[in-house]
Design a protein. Structure first.
Length: 401
């Protein structure tokens, strides 16, 4: 590992509007995140039924989720465009409608190739959303970026918490093929959101050229990429394959969906707590603590067979395992105040470009060894992320709330 670098940013005037937490703007973007991720969360709980109907292998299931993530490699281009265009708020408004459309049609195709096409459409829409929304929240959060990112993360986790419940309910009411009706709720919500965003102007900082920010971007994102390469294996187990894993232990699809929602609910609480305290604590030390605690809880979850204790451990797994994201996002936004959408786009591209490797890897290992053994392998690999965390640049002249 290279020697830890320090990124210097000027200290903003604490009396200016740019340092204040603008609650109305933040909450408006949070609502859009809730809508987007509610529909985006349809895929995981419906995977067991889709696997059964189309006789898919776990490798194909992993490929489907990887295809959904693939369009996010375009996030740097989307982010750079958003830094230069004040109308990017309309990309944010209508992306949830496109995600709702693709995920609501997921039960209709009878061929794997058409499922993949829907995954591409939904993935492109959600990639656009996630490139645009966090910089907007950061601009409206002033010097409390960690708090803003925790609110944004919590809104997404609430969507991923309720999304599986909504998906399972919709299947029980309309059948898997009939949940296309849900797309109209997504479109109605996006239209209302566009009307709300029309009257909100987000502050745009003076944009740096890519060439002037290139060295700082490279120095910052290399350890971030290494971190994701290792820690994402555990994340895939906690998120994508958890409902499927729970059904292999004898639980019904409904019970697995409910427990998955409980895990996501714990993630909401964890995101709010750890994102907010990251404004006052060292980012790297906090990340290391969460990686280690996630490892301990996952091992306990896999070893224990008592249903009540497993539920408690599942809650802790959500609380610790899903709570790292707002800390990382706050780091990205704080290091690059003049290229926030570009930096966020690079961050999301790295995040999602690496995800297919882990999705395919976990799926293939699951086919070969079973998901239980695969979970042990994945959580052990996550500990290799600790050296990358240590190598991440620190922010000098950091303003805390």
């Amino acid at each position: 590992m290279t020697e830890n670098k320090t990124t210097q940013n000027p200290i903003p005037d604490p009396t200016s509007e740019e340092t204040q937490f603008q609650t109305g703007k933040v909450l408006t973007v949070n609502v859009s995140h809730f809508i987007n991720d509610s529909f985006g969360a349809f895929l995981s709980p419906l995977l067991p039924r889709i696997i059964e109907n189309l006789s898919l292998s776990l490798t194909q299931a992993g490929l489907l989720t990887s295809i959904y993530a693939l369009p996010s490699i375009l996030n740097p281009l989307i982010g750079d465009f958003a830094d230069r265009n004040k109308r990017n708020k309309y990309l944010l408004a209508f992306a949830p409608a496109m995600v709702a459309t693709s995920m609501s049609l997921i039960g209709i195709p009878q061929q794997f190739i058409f499922l993949c096409l829907l995954a591409v459409i939904g993935g492109l829409a959600t990639a656009t959303y996630h490139a645009v929304a966090p910089p907007m929240v950061a601009r409206a959060s002033g010097n409390r970026v960690g708090r803003g990112m925790s609110f944004q993360m919590a809104a997404g986790e609430m969507g991923r918490m309720l999304g599986p419940i909504i998906a399972v309910w919709a299947v029980s009411q309309f059948t898997l093929q009939g949940i296309w009706r849900m797309m109209f709720f997504g479109w109605a919500a996006s239209i209302l959101l566009a009307l709300r965003l029309r009257d909100i102007d987000f502050v745009h900082e003076k944009r740096k050229s890519f060439s002037s920010a290139k060295n700082q971007l490279i120095r910052f994102f290399i350890p971030i990429a290494i971190y994701f390469l290792f820690v994402k294996f555990a994340n895939v187990c906690i998120s994508t394959f958890m409902p499927t894993y729970l059904t292999t232990t004898g639980l019904s699809l409904t019970k697995a969906g409910v427990l998955y929602a409980v895990l996501q609910a714990a993630g909401v609480v964890g995101a709010l707590y750890f994102g907010s305290i990251s404004d006052r604590l060292d980012h790297q030390k906090l990340l290391i603590i969460l990686v280690v605690l996630t490892f301990i809880v996952m091992v306990g979850f896999l070893l224990n067979t008592n249903p009540a204790i497993r539920i408690v451990l599942l809650i802790l797994l959500g609380f610790f395992g899903i709570s790292k994201t707002p800390i990382l996002m706050a780091m990205v936004q704080s290091h690059f105040p003049n290229n926030r959408a570009l930096a966020n786009g690079i961050y999301m591209a790295i995040n999602f470009a690496i995800a297919p490797i882990q999705n395919l890897g976990v799926g293939a290992l699951g086919d070969r060894f079973g998901l239980h053994t695969t979970y042990y392998i994945a959580i052990a690999i996550s500990l290799l992320a600790i050296p990358a965390i240590i190598a991440m640049p620190k922010l000098k002249n950091r303003v805390t709330a």
